[in-house]
Write a protein of this length. Sequence first.
Length: 166
Amino acid sequence: MSGPAAVLIGPPGAGKTTIAHALAERLGLAVRDTDEDIEASAGKTIADIFVEDGEPHFRELEHTAVSTALQEHEGILALGGGAVLDPRTQEELRRHTVVFLDVRITDAARRVGLNTNRPLLLGNPRAQWTIMMDHRRPIYTEIATHRVPTDGLSPEEVTEAVLKVL
Ligand code: S3P
């Protein structure tokens, strides 16, 4: 099948970027991250896009970035946590190998500190993350071809768990 060898989805703090790099190294593949693609083409950070242009505009840029990467990239692809919210993206992902890195609040908070460069988590990051995940978990679960629970695992262990399902 053409397209990425694996697409990683999951909330902020799931470890998508770290695991994407580890998988790419193990498999001798290139890694691509749609958050980075968006920042490169917009010429500014995601936080600035949210503040200056608003979330709907960010989601449009994100849809384009994901669509393009799904067509062009043959290595490991990491998506931003909210990319799966777009119904067009959901439809496109159905043709691919999609791994949901599942995580609970404790581990997510430890991994990224749920810090303030994530615009959707401003204010009360733990509460926002929990509300976000209640809404998104069913979507991540439905879209994914594989779900890998990551709680309590090191990046190496998560990488092994993903390699087993690929
Ligand atoms: C978002 C997650 C972020 C980034 C943006 C929105 C989200 O990516 O795309 O801040 O809606 O969950 P990470 O999942 O890599 O933090």
